[in-house]
Design a protein around this ligand. Structure first.
Ligand code: FAD
Length: 503
């Protein structure tokens, strides 16, 4: 085999996966047809959970963007207040996709991933032993083999098609326009949102004095996405909607995008996996596509590494589809609803409905629910039905501030190497016996106490945290069988338990 994993496509999702695999010591390559990172800004928003997961690997601070404490749902007047999320990443980071991609690519390269640009994959295949691809590069055609193949090759994914995985959903019925421009008269408060009978418009600040204008023009929403946007078209749409053109000039990118909403029927076919836009596409409402893709890559990386290193429990590789498919089904639903609210009809009753929903969003509980959804804080994976029930099982692990023997740290610092963390808050005999002789290099044992008040963590005796920052299981102080539960819990998730030989 040439590689352990071949990744087709070096967008933000492929690069994240390459870094995750390289971190776990997996020999991988990215085959990308573009010579360099895209020049368009595309995804502008890095959302709270994405920022947290990048923080796990020490990457969050490398993103040089503009933080705003809000997000949006359907561009309603009341913006989502992310500052209520209990996290140091409780904001949207506005940063152009090419900047995010560069950070991810540099990270992957620094860890040893082989990034091969100007290479177009033209066919993929698999058998029981492995996968093979044929690609065309500057030196002509060549073949590569690997144990696994991942399609991170975007919406038109060749990998998805050649793996025979159907892409199911609804086709385009509506389009929006965008322009990255300079503004002589920018909105007073940074973000501008407008909705009336002429259409829906949002203006958000980008770096270096640029602004992104996104809109759905009531008169132009049936224009197919393939038809290029002209500056004059964008300018006259904005003028019609808000009565002036904000002094826009110097467009650096104009584009039209559609609401085709499709999802791969399965994210795995034998040795082939799909991530990111290759697995799902939707209207870019709420700025979620790249975010979920990066989160998928972080979900899949350690699982592939586990399979390759021989310690993966049987169910682990399939848990990628089982965990992520329902999340993206919900994502597609929320974008369909948002698209309807933003561009379904520009009528007095829609104006009323939007006003009503906007009022409702001022209710803290309503904000909290939608903010948790768009930020991806509401994710709960349910894979371990053999662990005793605990409210933290399957949920996101927060960046607790911990007291350790040698001082204090953010719990996220413990995930730089990409392994499991077994976090113990009660160093009793049960725990000591459970870990005696434990010899799994991918499991870090940490005895700690929590610095601040995290009420939901108050009763935790021990928790096993997955490499992607989710709680595999947690047990409470009142658990009487802690020794066996911890032992079996480690074994179930992290492979062979070598601790039975007591010392
Ligand atoms: C207008 C617009 C605004 C958006 N705004 C946001 C936002 O604010 N927030 C957000 O989260 N998301 C946003 N998105 C969505 C986001 O851009 C995508 O979800 C994201 O790019 C998906 O990343 P990816 O790596 O899966 O795929 P892509 O970025 O599409 O990357 C796929 C890569 O695969 C390569 N490739 C394809 N086929 C082959 C082949 N056969 N051989 C070799 N290489 C191949 C391509 O060249 C490409 O580089 C927006 C999208 C649009 C269109």
């Amino acid at each position: 085999m040439n590689y352990e994993v071949i990744i087709v496509g070096g967008g933000p999702v492929g690069m994240t996966l390459a870094g995750e695999l390289a971190l776990a010591g997996v020999k991988n390559c990215v085959l990308e047809r573009l010579k360099s990172t895209i020049s368009q800004s595309r995804a502008l928003t890095a959302h709270p959970r994405t920022l947290e997961q990048l923080d796990l690997r020490g990457l969050k601070d490398k993103l040089n963007g503009k933080p705003l404490p809000t997000g949006h749902f359907a561009a309603l007047d009341t913006r989502l207040d992310f500052s209520v999320l209990k996290s140091s990443s409780n904001y949207t980071l506005y940063i152009p996709q090419h900047d995010t991609e560069k950070v991810l690519e540099e990270w992957a390269i620094s860890l040893g991933a082989d990034i091969r640009r100007e290479v177009e994959v033209i066919s993929v295949g698999q058998d029981e032993e492995g996968v093979a691809i044929v690609a065309s590069g500057t030196q002509g055609e060549f073949k590569l083999t690997a144990n696994y193949l991942v399609g991170a090759d975007g919406a038109r994914s060749l990998v998805r098609k050649q793996a025979g995985i159907p892409f199911t959903g609804t086709s385009e019925t509506l389009t929006g326009m965008l322009g990255d421009v300079e503004l002589d008269n920018p909105p007073e408060f940074g973000v501008l949102s407008s909705y009336n009978e002429y259409g829906q418009l949002m203006v958000v600040p980008m770096a270096k004095g640029m602004y992104r204008i996104v809109l759905i023009d009531a008169e132009r929403k049936s224009v197919p996405k393939e038809e290029p946007v002209t500056f004059e078209e964008l300018r006259s749409s904005v003028e019609r909607m808000i009565g002036n053109d904000l002094g826009m000039r110097s467009p650096s990118w104009l584009s039209r995008y559609g609401n085709a909403t499709l999802q791969a029927d399965r994210y795995r076919e034998g040795r082939i996996f799909l991530v990111g836009d290759a697995a799902h596409i939707h209207f870019p409402a709420g700025g979620q596509g790249m975010n979920v893709g990066i989160q998928e890559a972080v979900n899949l990386g350690w699982k592939l590494a586990a399979a390759l290193r021989g310690w993966a429990p049987k169910w682990l590789l399939d848990s990628y589809h089982n965990e992520r498919f329902p999340i993206n089904t919900a994502l597609l639903k929320n974008t369909i609803v948002q698209t309807f609210l933003m561009g379904g009809e520009f009528s007095p009753r829609m104006i009323e409905l939007r006003a009503m929903l906007s009022d409702l969003l001022q209710v803290p509980e309503a904000n909290a629910q939608l903010a948790a959804q768009i930020s991806a804080f509401n994710i709960r994976y349910e894979t371990d039905n053999q662990a005793p029930e605990h409210p933290l099982n399957g949920v996101r692990f927060p960046a607790l501030n911990l007291h350790l023997d040698g001082g204090t740290c953010s719990a996220y610092d413990l995930f730089r190497a990409g392994g499991f963390v077994l976090l113990n808050f009660v160093a009793d005999e049960g725990f000591e016996q459970a870990i005696r002789g434990l010899n799994l290099p991918h499991v870090q044992i940490i005895r700690a106490s929590i610095k601040e008040n995290y009420s939901e963590w108050k009763d935790v005796h021990t928790a096993l945290i997955r490499p992607d920052g989710y709680v595999a299981w947690a047990i409470s102080h009142t658990e009487t069988q802690s020794k066996d539960i911890i032992k079996q819990g480690i074994h179930r998730w992290c492979g062979e338990y070598k601790g039975l030989l007591t010392v």
